[in-house]
Write a protein that binds this ligand. Sequence first.
Ligand SMILES: Cc1cc2nc3c(=O)[nH]c(=O)nc-3n(C[C@H](O)[C@H](O)[C@H](O)COP(=O)(O)OP(=O)(O)OC[C@H]3O[C@@H](n4cnc5c(N)ncnc54)[C@H](O)[C@@H]3O)c2cc1C
Length: 694
Amino acid sequence: MACASGSVPTQQNVLVEDLLAVHPVAAARRYQPADRGELVAAVMQAAGGRGLRPLGSNWSLSDTGVAPDVIDTDALSRHLSAPFPNPGQALPPERLRGGGDFLRQACSADASLRGRYFVHVEAGIKLRHLLADLAGCGLSLPTMGDGAGQSLAGAISTGTHGGDLRVPPLVEWVRAVHLVSATGREIWVTAGDSAFSAAALVTQLPDWCPDARFISDDDTFAAVRLGAGRMGAVYALVLEVVEQYTLIESNFEYRWPELGVQLAVSRLGADGVATGVFDAPLRDLDAGFFRTEVLRRTYFPAIAHEAKFIYERGPERWPNVPAYFDAHPDVYARLLADLKLGGLADDLRGGPVMPLHHVNIAISLAEPWRCWVRRRWQRAPPVRMHEVAPDADDALIAAVKANKTNPPGVVDALKERLELGPIVNFLGWATHDPRKPRLDWYLDQEIAHIAAQHQAIGATSGETLFLVLHRIATDSVLEAGEDVARAVSEVIGGGFAKLARAGPASGGPHANMLDAHDYGLDGAQCGNSGEFHFDAAGGAYLAFIGDAIRLARQQDGNGLVFGYIGIRFTPAASALLAMQKYPLTASVEVATARSRVDDVYAGFWSALHDAARARQGIPHWGQQFRHTAGELEALYGARLRRWRAALADVCHGAPEVFSTAFSRDKGLEPLGAGGATDDDAIDIFLAGLAAGGG
Ligand SMILES: Cc1cc2nc3c(=O)[nH]c(=O)nc-3n(C[C@H](O)[C@H](O)[C@H](O)COP(=O)(O)OP(=O)(O)OC[C@H]3O[C@@H](n4cnc5c(N)ncnc54)[C@H](O)[C@@H]3O)c2cc1C
């Protein structure tokens, strides 16, 4: 008998919106469980209904989380056992539910776990809250995506990854899954040889349901971890974490045609041997990679108010470090001081040589010859924090944040930027230029009109900003495309503007290196983003990048797509539906701005998905997703069939509960047995009634 609470708070007929406004849906019911029993009750009330999905942050751009009934997992965000071992401070009591000692007991019994660290945490926790919890305990996530707004289960259920070259994605760090299956029966799933599978220990967990099932099986574990929401509602996870570590980061601009050629011959072998772009070790700032890259961008300006060498952001000025700098070491020493890098240089001096840990490349689609590379190196000893917190917002971004859903509220700030810009530095026009009246028309009327159009349909100020810039850039009188493209590239490059950053991997808001997301903009944006995964040892990912650039050049006949291509590399994952199939997987993300008033890039996106298909790119489960069931079968083959067989077992008796239009369309349905019997259906119906469902 399932262990459900008598009821679960439920909202009826609510609009459920995803972060980038790709798939808003009117949900018939949104359940809001606050504990395990209520989560079970939610699943049982929905059983036999219209199709159900648990939701984390609803950041996913694919329809994998879209369902008529949804479970909001926000309140399922506490630890169920104290992190173990804990090299830092104890978790504050309010972060722990039930005070469980499970991890200590499980780890003490198994010598193979010595020196490793674990958390047992509810699945709805946001990664940013987990980062803060972990930092207090002297721990960190081993890896994650670029932002930490996702929930733990949402990130894991879609194969979310970052750009860590040698650390497999987060889904590979899961050690046990506590699942509420479609019938409401709970299942504790682990790998076959797991230290966390001992029933005698697990059944001692507070609030444990005696009816729960145990599965210790590699295939089921590999399937359930990346379940895309179809396997059931994950209540909690045992996750392996690591001791707190330090990340050192550098950001430099390059010319994509040159970097692309280098990438084509760069390799990172399974033995760790790195060549080309992947071969960039760092010991300190005094010599080697960092010094070289800085000095290749250092020059003596002909006109300057102070006669000295300066470092300038941008692509390299010199192919190699000019010999002059070797002969005059004082120049570089003074440069480090000018760049306020003296403290970080001191902290790194005498430290270990660090292999390149992380690479993240962004190409501007508006000016595809420009790209930026973020590199990170990892070490255990701490350094003083350097540029960890974001810079203050400029007036326009501040206006967008203050007026997320009030587009007219950004009009003045936008006009001010454009009014100031044309004469001084933006469009570079004199006031008598015939284009000036056209710009005045935008300033006096059209910007306010576009803002009003957005307001009328409930669109955001970010969308307004985008459409105004798009209209100005493509205006045949203004001929301002190149200037706007440059300004857009500067915004993209702005994310890579800090020459160096350093600090702890985990931590609270603005006090950790892993989370670069600007939460202040959430709710102000709208966009498209798709990501496709390739074998980094082959050429297909570079060819796909070429496709994306070519398609962008064809846009509107003038090549203006405001967006970027992001390139990251990760090792393989063993989860059956993980996109990271290759020893080194290259992921290519394409992201563009979007306005719901005028979807100007619709044609670009449809051609881009076709190009990804033609190059055998594997789509990200949590990004925009247009592949068909047949195409997925061709990409995943036996892995997909094994996943579907595991699904048949896990959802046995109630295959329809977590079945949605997405899962049916993509072939994420049980293989073989698993259909509901009449008896099962009646049981579920009665149990649902008992749990308070209607
Ligand atoms: C701004 C932004 C930045 C991003 N950055 C990256 C990145 O750097 N790297 C990357 O790989 N991806 C990235 N993504 C994609 C994102 O990580 C995935 O879409 C992820 O799934 C979102 O997590 P979520 O908590 O919002 O999940 P949701 O969107 O809420 O759900 C995603 C899927 O997980 C399922 N799910 C959620 N909770 C549970 C649960 N408790 N039990 C069972 N299933 C559950 C849902 O049913 C759904 O199928 C980004 C997306 C955005 C919008």
